[in-house]
Design a protein around this ligand. Sequence first.
Ligand code: ACO
Length: 271
Amino acid sequence: MQFNFYLSKCMTVNENGMTILNGNQKRNPQLDDVITVMGEASALAQNLKQVITSPIRFFQTDQKMYIKSEGKLCLGILKIGRKNLFHRDLNGVIKEIQPICVLDFYVHESVQRKGIGKELFEEMLRQETLRPEKLGYDRPSPKLLGFLKKYYNLQSYIPQNNNYVIYSQYFFDNKPTNASQQQFAQQNHQQSQNPQLVNQQVQQQRVQPQQTPQKMDQLDQMMQQMSLESKQQYQSYQKTKAQPPWATDQKQYQNMYQTTTGMMSAQIHKR
Ligand code: ACO
């Protein structure tokens, strides 16, 4: 988006063309102009009924805006802010969380798909010392969903009534490194594609105690061990059942016979 002034005249631009604005920053008419124009373009690009980024909606808030510019061109904006959200998991349990959320993200049409979105996003992650899965996303557009999948492999989430997307990995302490966590994330993704299945699962899981993936692993191992032992017991029971009672202790009877005959012959010899 072209302006008739250098953007560095109305805001601090670093050597990478990046500006970080705080909501409590001092306003000026040119800066207001940049925010207004970019906010309107973003709403238009997303087909929004109302503009979500404007000077009135930004200043005097605790939000932050990352702006990428080049001389008189504003290439993109990324607006974030902390939100209080109620998130419903697959067990139907509602959790209150306060993630920093991506509220508005826009790169001018003339420079989309050239890595500017990634630059803005990475700068924000660095500054906020955050990982992408620890953020919330306000009504992400298909382009943003594609962006997050491509660069950060984020795709599994449970759709919420409030339209914020919180990826399953948000609730893991660390990145999903073990197989069961990945399976859990994958399962959530598949289920999120099928709301009916999600509801069935919620109904089933409500009556079961909540299990963490690690506990599920332990339980799984215990179940396997138990079924192996009971299989062995069952096989030995079947073996016993197949033989007549006298056949079971055949060796023992044989020993007894040998002992008895031995004793008898000893008696005869004695006499
Ligand atoms: N169609 C599909 N995917 C797209 C598109 C598109 N037109 N544009 C970008 N992407 C995704 C793809 O994954 C793409 O990778 P690919 O080209 O290999 O398919 C990747 O983003 C490209 O990455 P960047 O070049 O770094 O991204 P870009 O500079 O284009 O910025 C952004 C991404 C901000 C989503 C931009 O496309 C845009 O402004 N779109 C229109 C507005 C919008 O939808 N904003 C998000 C709203 S939701 C919210 O703000 C919470």
